[in-house]
Write a protein that binds this ligand. Sequence first.
Ligand SMILES: [Zn+2]
Length: 209
Amino acid sequence: MFIHQIPRIIPKVLPKLTWQYQTTDESREVYFTFDDGPTVEITNFVLDCLDSYAFKATFFCIGKNMLANPELVQLIINKGHSIGNHTMNHANAWKYNRLSFLQDYQSCQDVIHGFGVKSAGFRPPYGRITNYIYNQISKIERVYMWTYLSGDYNKDLSPIDILQSAKQSIKPGCILVFHDSVKAFPRLQMVLPELLEFCKRENYTLKGL
Ligand SMILES: [Zn+2]
């Protein structure tokens, strides 16, 4: 079984990481995040969907994908969305040595700054991080985990299941993870339009981090 929501115990164990945005119930703001892009056509699809509702989101981009698709990065910025750091090469903090990992992080940071914007925060690839790396990066910016992991990259999940679990998870301040990647697109393209319509119907506003 795929676990979309974080078991309650985990945020207690790792309270320093950001699992949910602090907001009031009345604000009805939710935070959609798209990891692993930018990807030609797929990121464009996501941007078009968000545009239809004037919603904003955060793109945790991979540095090498930003270098390969600078025009897409510019489009994300021009449309008023946020860009976050997802390392240069989708680095796994449990496999890299700490210095190589931090170099990979910094390279991505440099790419983002090259576009003249500030990173909105860091999301560790695979959600993997160590105490040492957390301590170093949190001096620079906030480390964002999530309230809801869609699993859109998992071909064994049906779009209907993802939709249902996502709708149940949407609460003020929640952070949702999707992927503007080739792997996730078969599910993302079915789920996203309907989920955005749901948010509008329920009076939620999507914001960048
Ligand atoms: Zn990722």
